[in-house]
Design a protein around this ligand. Structure first.
Ligand code: FES
Length: 524
């Protein structure tokens, strides 16, 4: 049995029989997210090899760079016995989404409980470990066969208890695959001034690399594959996103492996360095990679490589921003958005303006979450002004895409008009779904209750002592292990960098979260 990496997050398990399993295929010629992302390095020529013999498809989550509808449909149509396996998440949004996208093939989707191993026809068995928060649909995959195993973390933000349970089940981790580059619209689509943007970019890059380092240390695997990104952006309008500098928020596999080589050689020596179609074996260790070999040109001469790649996709580019969607349909959509979850609306607690840009004209709509209303025209004091291409908004209105897809296309502009991060707005845009938001409300309330009654810890900052809840009110991470007390009377939860005022408990960079705190007398 062997694993082959087909680029990005796509792994194929070839078994003892003709049967194969594929994880997170993304092999389409037309990329993802309205032709903004393209696979890096190009892997479309490997599509036939990658899908040959596949009877089990395992998906971590819904994003198009993992859930390639064209390729999955092809596999399911060609092999009547093939199945699409996904995790059973805290909300049913993903299974409904997958079945809707697959239409007549919907009955081939199989949900699996967390940590419940099931056999693969290629050999061995696999289970999913989904994120616990209903506001994040993503899952790790754990495969084992005898004493061989592979943990495919992807970009799932598991908590420490989940990691430790995986470790206990596996005993040791042979191969650990994880995403080294965040790929989201923050901060590159925000209208921060250049100095602020640079600082935020560096912070994001550093945080992601530190997070990788932490989980690699925690799992202590024999081999590491840094994968799942970043893509390249072939649309000339997005070329700036291909920034290859040390401040890019999208460091590639070579940048990250080199980062480890200089900072943590013990990690770098365990890293594979692969091109699409390479097997996960020791021939493809970074230490054995000859970067002067022309096969690595994608990495060593990236700008020329992207130019050639763009030439090969000119039939798909540039993106046509389209015409404005009809006002009636657009308003109806925004009214649903304002009322789909009274809980999320209350957390957002203000207005958001949406400016939709067509190729000829633009239109502005305001969504007043506080009052559950939407109207044409701007609002007086919006929390955000969000700009988006008309053609992408059309797809959202037709139900073929989500606002998350539009955000990930990186063609949106976020004009922040509030000093606070409003996380529930992002969640609402990602999952405009009553059930998901209801589950999330229950989950966050459970965390708040736990924080109020549960174990506390003592911290000191700026010469003062505080007693605080041990677990972060955002997603329950243990602050004893993952909280960093700052000199200015605040604590930062390193899981997602929410910063809390130790005197008031107020979250200083996100709205809607409060840490239980109280002052304590200083110790002798
Ligand atoms: S768990 Fe997300 S910031 Fe603490």
């Amino acid at each position: 049995m062997q694993f082959i990496h087909y680029g990005h997050a796509c792994l194929k398990l070839e078994g003892r029989s003709d049967a194969a399993c594929i994880m997170d295929p993304w092999l389409s010629r037309d990329g993802a997210f309205f032709r903004s992302w393209f696979q890096f390095p190009e892997n479309h020529p490997f599509q036939d090899d990658a899908v040959r013999g596949v009877v089990d498809i395992c998906l971590s989550h819904n994003h198009e760079d993992h859930f390639d509808l064209g390729v999955i449909t092809k596999i399911l149509e060609e092999h009547p016995e093939a199945k699409l396996h996904i995790a059973r998440f805290p909300s049913s949004w993903f299974v409904r989404h997958a079945r809707r996208r697959l239409g007549a093939l919907a009955d081939r989707v199989v949900e699996h409980d967390p940590f419940a191993f099931f056999p693969l026809r290629a050999g061995g068995e696999i289970c999913f470990v989904p994120e616990e928060s209903p506001g994040q649909v993503d899952a790790a995959m754990v495969w084992r066969d005898g004493d061989r195993n592979l943990l495919n973390l992807n970009d799932a933000r598991l908590n420490t208890d989940q990691f430790l349970r995986i470790k206990e089940i596996l005993g040791h981790v042979d191969a650990f695959c994880l995403q080294g580059s965040g790929a989201s619209e923050y901060p590159v689509c925000y209208d921060y001034d250049p100095g602020d943007l640079l600082r935020r970019r560096m912070e994001k890059r550093t945080l992601k690399l530190e997070a990788c380092e932490r989980v690699i240390d925690l799992m202590n695997p024999n081999r590491v594959l840094i994968f799942a990104g970043p893509p390249v952006f072939l649309d000339p309008g997005l070329n700036a996103m291909n920034d290859a500098s040390a401040t890019s928020v999208f460091p590639d596999q070579l940048d990250i492996t080199r980062h480890f080589a200089s900072r943590r050689p013990d990690i770098a020596e365990r890293c594979w360095f692969t091109m699409p179609g390479d097997r996960l074996d020791d021939d493809h260790l970074f230490s054995r990679t000859d970067l002067t070999d022309p096969r690595f040109q994608a990495y060593t001469d990236k700008a020329s490589y992207i130019e050639g790649y763009r030439e090969r996709r000119m039939d798909l580019l540039p993106y046509d921003w389209g015409d404005l969607p009809p006002m009636g349909e657009t308003l109806a959509h925004f009214r649903r958005m304002a009322t789909v979850s009274p809980w999320a609306s209350e957390k957002i607690g203000g207005s958001v303006d949406f400016v939709i840009h067509g190729k000829r004209d633009k239109a502005t709509y305001s969504v007043d979450f506080a009052r559950g209303l939407a109207a044409e025209g701007p609002s007086a004091n919006p929390l955000y002004v969000l700009e988006a291409p008309a053609a992408s908004v059309h797809e959202v209105l037709e139900g073929r895409a989500t606002w998350d897809d539009v955000m990930l296309s990186l063609r949106m502009v976020f004009r922040e008009r509030t000093p606070r991060f409003v996380p529930h707005l992002k969640t609402l845009l990602k999952y405009q779904d009553a059930e998901t938001l209801e589950r999330l409300a229950e989950y966050e309330e459970k965390l708040q209750r736990r924080a109020a009654t549960e174990e506390t810890i003592r911290v000191e900052s700026h010469g003062k002592c505080f007693r605080i809840a041990r677990h972060c009110p955002h997603a329950g991470v243990d602050l004893l292990r993952h909280g960093e007390v700052n000199d200015d009377g605040t604590i930062t939860c390193m899981a997602h960098r929410f910063r809390f005022d130790l005197s008031s408990g107020e979250c200083l960079n996100a709205k809607g979260f409060r840490l239980e705190v109280r002052r304590e007398a200083p110790s002798e």
